[in-house]
Design a binder for this molecule. Structure first.
Ligand SMILES: NC(=O)c1ccc[n+]([C@@H]2O[C@H](COP(=O)([O-])OP(=O)(O)OC[C@H]3O[C@@H](n4cnc5c(N)ncnc54)[C@H](OP(=O)(O)O)[C@@H]3O)[C@@H](O)[C@H]2O)c1
Length: 302
């Protein structure tokens, strides 16, 4: 594989945190990364960036043809990557993928849960596809993560999971105090997150979701990302001190199919920041953080 050495300043944030300046390259071709939903958009750009930096990358896509086309386009650039079909909303597809991974790779270092859907036009808000949105953006990421957790290497470099999330899914967007208090609970559990998601789907079924204080923009998508952020926190806590870091990253308003090409920056720019976060030196790698936007290291909690 033709790999491109990073710019010496690659890990130096121009805007903040001097502790990031001394990062050194810790990864190699033996470092294995999986990216979901990677046939286009931010996922594709992330695969490209990680391959340029010399990792072994597995590009996954729900559609085999679209996935293979993406792999070919990288191969033409001298960036060979591995491919396997993976529909994160389908448990049997997850099972087949994990089984393929186990028989082809010794261990996993990096998982990027990037696959996501929204059925909204930019200024519209429909919950018609709420179940699919929740199943893909939250349950898909969760089931895949849980299935891959036993395969993480954990040592010597810290293993890492990055959930591609959205600022639309932050607690500040929730106006209902009861829902907010579930998510603010210090002892938040996976059961509570699923209860919260269940409450939302129930309110969609009842037709009461508009009056219940759920997020007002891209409501179903925002709920799916809120659940994903909450799961990030719970998982990070579960693996604290156990060699797996778990963080979320909102790439900001990015020009992809999801935004009908609108946005303040390209998928490559969003992926560049994502790659910086993913490849932070083990000693500088946080856990349970939510990174927002293109200013690389502006981070907050849920
Ligand atoms: N663009 C933004 O402004 C923005 C902002 C914040 C967060 N995000 C997040 O960034 C991530 C990437 O989105 P994007 O902007 O790059 O959108 P995109 O270009 O529409 O890409 C989404 C990717 O997810 C895949 N996907 C959808 N459902 C899937 C499933 N069930 N299983 C596997 N893959 C599936 C899509 O595959 P197909 O090609 O087969 O549909 C596509 O490859 C998403 O999680 C999104 O929520 C985006």
């Amino acid at each position: 594989m033709k790999s491109q050495e990073p710019d010496p300043n690659y890990f130096s944030s121009s805007s903040s945190s001097s502790s990031l300046v001394s990062s050194t390259k810790w990864w190699s071709k033996e470092t294995i990364a999986i990216v979901t939903g990677a046939n286009k958009g931010i996922g594709f750009a992330l695969v490209k960036r990680l391959a340029e930096l010399g990792l072994t990358v597995i590009l996954t896509a729900r559609d085999v043809e679209r996935g293979q086309r993406a792999v070919e386009s990288l191969s033409e650039k001298g960036l060979p990557v591995n491919f396997f079909q993976l529909d994160v909303s389908d448990p049997s597809s997850i099972e087949a993928f994990v089984s393929w991974f186990k028989s082809n790779f010794a261990a996993l270092d990096i998982l990027v849960n990037n696959a996501g859907v929204s059925f909204n036009d930019i200024y519209k808000n429909t919950v018609e596809h709420a179940e699919t949105v929740i199943r893909t953006n939250f349950y898909g990421a969760k089931l895949l993560t849980e299935s891959l957790l036993p395969l993480f290497r954990r040592s010597p470099s810290k293993s890492r999971i990055l959930n591609i999330s959205s600022r639309l899914g932050t607690l500040s967007k929730v106006r209902n105090p009861n829902i907010k208090s579930i998510l603010e609970d210090e002892e938040l559990s996976e059961e509570q997150i699923e209860r919260f998601v269940g409450l939302f789907l129930q309110s969609v079924k009842n037709g009461t979701w508009k009056s219940q204080g759920w997020p007002e923009i891209w409501t179903d998508y925002a709920v799916s990302k809120l659940a994903l952020n909450a799961y990030t926190m719970v998982l990070a806590k579960r693996y604290e001190g156990e060699g797996i870091s778990v963080n979320s990253y909102c790439p900001g308003f990015t020009q992809t199919s999801m935004t009908q090409g609108q946005g303040s920056h390209t998928a490559d720019e969003a992926a560049d920041v994502g790659a910086r976060l993913l490849l932070l030196h083990p000693q500088q790698l946080p856990t349970a953080k939510f990174y927002i936007g293109l200013d690389p290291f502006v981070k907050s909690n849920l």
